[in-house]
Design a protein around this ligand. Structure first.
Ligand code: FAD
Length: 424
């Protein structure tokens, strides 16, 4: 950080800020709008991109807005509605404004074209969403060639830059976002050669899983991407099928979909505790982080939910932060730690519960499994098993454990969750 100025003309740092929200996706905008409706004074949204609206801005296809506006909207129209709603409520939205650093007590280092400066709002809502795991982190061997993209990169090329990077790509993965990639391809006249999924069946729920078949695109399950080949750009890929046999598929691109991870670089480089399981900040049932000036919301909390759910979470967080500003949230004193054990559970969120809170926060602990599993989900405290229920689940399916049922059995210490599978 070289030039640190104390004031910024666009953001007017001289006027105290009550709440700063990092990120203008559905969750950040919803939180901001609710805060203004609750009578909070100065609410600013800080967004690094040129335009506010988050991921839906680059999703030119429909199916957004049903929960929020009772209408089916395209991603950009949905984002525009959320932005207008926030501005009408009196929220200040600052684009091309990147939060570069978060410090103890809510001090934010902010970078804009006017320079780098600091703000100290009374509360901060951290709402930076998720991103897909890139090729480098997936350890895919082969040539470093052009034409290997995530869904997010594909969508911005097609919808924001009107570019067509390839015409016959292979789609890797079958989470919901893979179908978003297929719709994007269709919009641009791109015809995927096939879709592959490492698991035994498509990850997304029916009827999404039928979509490739309806469009004549073959979905190969139990199939992994082994190698990418090509000279300057992708020319073929090697995949391994259910029997372990490898074969080549000719294609001119690869779309790596899903395997989401929270965009939590600010927390990782700063002082907030990060949960290695979710990849997001550790939060209590109000989304409050390890430094209680900070709250987290939306997909940053855990991978991954839809825009509608992220928006609903943002609304709740806005209410909780408004309550906190008026002293209605309990201090983060006595707490119950939620921990996952064994190989079957992927994560649990919130990771901390304050059992003494009269103010209602999240109703459930959200969980996901790592692989298809059938068994019993059991919670243990130091007293032994305190809660259990049968569980039959698959990756990326929502699992909810009512917080009230856990705190009725344990109020401090640690509760360990595990899936017990009968031995065959
Ligand atoms: C590629 C992709 C496609 C998706 N497609 C769909 C879909 O079709 N339908 C659906 O329902 N869901 C989809 N999702 C899920 C998506 O995450 C949610 O729809 C929703 O956008 C989550 O809202 P959010 O507010 O949590 O985060 P986001 O919408 O991701 O918004 C986060 C915002 O934070 C900003 N930001 C990040 N870091 C900083 C910083 N340091 N300073 C300032 N600003 C920052 C980002 O620029 C972004 O605008 C998709 C996700 C991805 C990654």
């Amino acid at each position: 950080m070289t030039s640190l100025t104390l004031t910024n003309p666009a953001l007017n740092t001289a006027v105290p800020i009550d709440v700063a929200i990092i990120g203008s996706g559905p969750s950040g905008l919803a939180a901001a709008t609710v805060l203004k409706a609750a009578g909070v004074g100065r609410v600013v949204v800080l967004e690094r991109e040129q335009q506010a609206g988050g991921i839906p801005l680059s999703c030119g296809h429909p199916a957004f807005g049903l929960r929020e506006f009772r209408q089916l909207l395209s991603g950009p129209n949905y984002s525009a509605r959320l932005v207008t709603q926030a501005q009408k409520a009196g929220v200040e939205i600052h684009t091309q404004t990147t939060v570069a650093e978060i410090l103890r007590g809510g001090v934010l280092t902010v970078a804009t074209s006017d320079g780098i400066f600091r703000i100290t709002p009374r509360r901060v809502i951290y709402a930076t969403g998720v991103r897909e795991t890139p090729r480098s982190a997936r350890l895919i061997s082969g040539a470093r060639v052009q034409g290997v993209l995530s869904t997010g990169a594909l969508q911005s090329m097609i919808y924001l830059q009107q570019r067509r990077p390839f015409v016959r790509p292979l789609v890797v993965g079958s989470e919901l976002v893979a179908f978003s990639a297929l719709m994007t391809c269709r919009h641009a006249g791109i015809r995927p050669v096939a879709m592959i999924e490492a698991e035994q069946s498509a990850t997304a729920r029916w009827p999404c899983a039928l979509y490739p078949r309806m469009k004549g695109i073959k979905l190969h399950t139990s199939t992994q991407l082994v190698e990418i080949k090509g000279n300057k750009s992708v020319e073929e890929v090697v995949v391994a099928g259910p029997d372990g046999q490898t074969r080549s598929i000719e294609c001119d691109g690869v779309i790596l979909t899903g395997k989401f991870t929270p965009e939590s670089a600010l927390a990782r480089c700063g002082h907030l505790h990060v949960d290695p399981a979710t990849g997001g900040p550790v939060v209590d049932q109000w989304g409050r982080c390890s430094d209680p000036v900070y709250f987290a919301t939306g997909n940053l909390l855990r991978p991954v939910e839809t825009a509608g759910r992220s928006w609903a979470e943002g609304q709740q967080t806005g209410q909780w932060v408004a309550q906190d500003l008026s002293g209605k949230l309990p201090k983060p004193a006595k707490s119950l730690n939620i921990v996952i054990q064994g190989k079957h559970l992927k994560y649990a969120m919130p990771q901390v519960i304050c059992p003494n809170g009269d103010t209602e926060g999240m109703v459930d602990i959200q969980m996901r499994v790592t692989e298809r599993v059938s068994g019993t989900l059991v919670a243990h405290s130091k007293m032994g098993p305190i809660w259990k229920r049968s569980l039959n689940s698959r990756p990326e399916r929502r699992i909810k454990v009512p917080i009230s049922e856990i705190v009725s059995q344990a109020t401090d210490g640690t509760v360990n969750f595990e899936v017990e599978v009968p031995s065959k």
